[in-house]
Design a protein around this ligand. Structure first.
Ligand code: GDD
Ligand code: MN
Length: 407
């Protein structure tokens, strides 16, 4: 294994009335991170004497672990609760790697070392601790309804954001580690508890790893989560869909396609009604549907990759017509093929339409709405020119600076 001595990690722990568990947490963190230059940032919104307990414990601590507690006074400073506390911690963190862990010991502190080593070994941008993989468990979640809500929310997120979360089994857990540069320049606007989802959807990461863990039952204090959190998680997902262009792209694509189909069929029916020739109604309907789709894809589905110049827009419109025609051809060809073997026209066509949609989406994503910056970078590197990488790509563990003691 590589040496860990040059690396540093900031650990963010949000606390709200955790006087009972914080001493054990700090002691266990010290043991778990022995030999790794690390800082602990406690962002505290407590009304009890948690800050005093922290002071007492850190005074007695021997070793290299640096602990800092930021106490937020009741009132506007605490707006946003847990997630704003984590955001504040992220802004204060100094190390290349940042981990988030609850203070109530439901996330096993000794696992932090595993998360860190996993990131280091695999040069990962994100390491999620997961309750939903072999070796992990969510038994510690309080009660059947909490377990059901947790599962339901997890699958809602995975279905809404399939491209982002396809390889993530626990996207809403609060125990994870990230390379800090993946959120540099990214405005985080979470609602509620699901800061991990916020970072996964808005962050600029490419390598993700998972480490299973057992979510323990609370041994002291009380959970602050309630039913309102479930509703807030849904609000949060909606905000991500609206604000992040690539979030839920497939669903935006399908919705636009549905509108296009309605317009196509409406125009077709109207033209037949006023006595137009069938071939004419077909062509005009298809063209209106295609124009609708192109316009809405520019405004919604691929708004981050749309062309703003008139020339680029015209070129993309042409390419979109081409890719739509290809998907119709794919539809017809597969239908003809399936029809040959299976005598259910409706089933054959349904399968063929699905293929057409996949072709349409793939071509739109890779041929019509393309990130010109990425293409020119690719050509530059093919021609052998040195491409200056993004900040996100250039951050390496070797550059990590040890964090000075802040006790
Ligand atoms: N600073 C601050 N402000 N910390 C808070 C606040 C707040 O308003 N509310 C809660 N915390 C702290 C708690 O003190 C604890 O350390 C951590 O955030 C998690 O809070 P809990 O109340 O224990 O949440 P939970 O155990 O029900 O939920 C956990 O599991 C969920 C997954 O099922 C959390 O880890 C969630 O983030 C996670 O989504
Ligand atoms: Mn908890």
């Amino acid at each position: 294994m590589k040496s860990l001595t040059n690396c540093a990690i900031s650990i963010i722990t949000p606390t709200r009335n955790e006087r009972e568990t914080i001493p054990t947490l700090l002691n266990e963190l010290q043991i778990a991170l022995a030999g790794i230059p690390a800082e602990v940032l406690i962002i505290d919104d407590s009304d009890d004497d948690t800050p005093n307990v922290i002071k007492r414990v850190t005074k007695k601590m021997r070793g290299s672990l640096s602990v800092r507690c930021v106490h937020r006074k009741p009132g506007p400073d605490r707006a946003g609760g847990l997630s704003s506390a984590v955001c504040l911690g992220l802004a204060e963190a100094k190390a290349d790697y940042v981990a988030i862990i609850d203070a109530d010991l439901q996330h096993p502190p000794q696992m932090l070392r595993n998360l860190y080593e996993e990131a280091y070994e695999h040069n990962a941008d994100v390491v999620m601790a997961t309750r939903y993989k072999a070796g992990g468990s969510y038994e510690g979640l309080d009660g059947v309804s909490r377990k059901l809500i947790s599962m339901g929310m997890k699958w809602t997120a995975k279905i809404l954001f399939p491209e982002t979360l396809k390889s993530v089994s626990d996207p809403l857990g609060g125990f994870f580690l990230i390379r800090r540069s993946i959120i540099s320049g990214v405005e985080l606007r979470p609602i509620g508890y699901k800061i991990s989802l916020e970072i996964l959807v808005r962050g600029k990461w490419s390598i993700i790893r998972e480490v299973p863990y057992q979510f323990h039952a609370r041994i002291g204090g009380q959970s602050k989560a309630d039913f309102k959190q479930g509703f807030m998680a849904l609000q949060h997902m909606w905000r991500l869909i609206c604000e992040v262009p690539h979030a839920a792209r497939i669903w935006k694509f399908l919705l636009v396609g549905f509108c296009g189909t309605v317009i196509n069929l409406a125009a077709f029916t109207y033209l037949l009604h006023i006595g137009a020739a069938e071939w004419f109604a077909l062509i005009i309907g298809a063209e209106l549907g295609t124009l609708n789709n192109f316009t809405l894809h520019n405004l919604i589905t691929w708004r981050d990759k749309r062309s703003t110049s008139l020339g680029g827009l015209a070129q993309n419109a042409l390419k979109f017509h081409l890719s739509s025609s290809m998907s119709i051809i794919a539809n017809f060809l597969l239908y003809a093929l399936l029809r040959h073997f299976i005598a259910f026209p409706l089933l054959d066509n349904a399968v063929a339409i699905m293929l057409a949609m996949i072709v349409n989406y793939t071509l739109a994503d890779t041929f019509v709405f393309v990130d010109r910056g990425a293409i020119s970078k690719m050509f530059q590197s093919l021609r052998g020119k040195k491409v200056i990488p993004d900040e996100a790509q250039s951050a390496t563990l070797a550059e990590a600076q040890p964090v000075g003691a802040q006790k």
